[in-house]
Design a protein around this ligand. Sequence first.
Ligand code: IMP
Ligand code: MG
Length: 181
Amino acid sequence: MSISLPDICAEVLLDEGLIAARVAEMGRQITEAHAGKTVHLVTVLKGGLFFLADLARAIDLDVRLDFLAVSPYAPGQGGVVRVTKDLDDDIADRVVILVEDVIDTGLTVNYVRTMLEERGPADLEIATLLDKPGRRIAPVPIDYVGFEMGDRFLVGYGLDLDGRFRNLRCIASLRDDVVLG
Ligand code: IMP
Ligand code: MG
């Protein structure tokens, strides 16, 4: 069964098959890069949830999952976010991969990366399904990128518009009249 595309969507940019193939490939890359090791996948709720679930099952290693939740940064605060749910596990000396749905301005991931770095992981990498390099404010070292995208606002596969449409199996852009109000 597939979920019908809401009428606010302009175009399916990435369909289910394309996403699945790319996530499988990223899983293989991570498996090769960390052969024999335990890998801690850390995701920022909620957008990264579906990517995390698929990526974790595409990695043929001992995988652990952990979650962070942050409140969005306020404009003009230099990317400071508030942590509303911290990790359960100690990541000191662990191989950690921060798993993101999308890196846009880079402010959120940079803040989280710095916070995790201070806990002394053996290795800290970043995997993002989507990268929007055209909107970057803070440079981010990204180790694994699924797809490079343009500047459009996207929904589906975890990405939301006011909490809706996360459960779409594809990733779609919005109609201009929805974006512009
Ligand atoms: P940042 O701008 O890189 O800090 O991204 C912050 C957050 O904005 C992401 O983790 C997403 O939750 C959200 N975001 C960025 N672009 C989109 C989009 O196209 N659709 C839905 N959410 C987005
Ligand atoms: Mg996010």
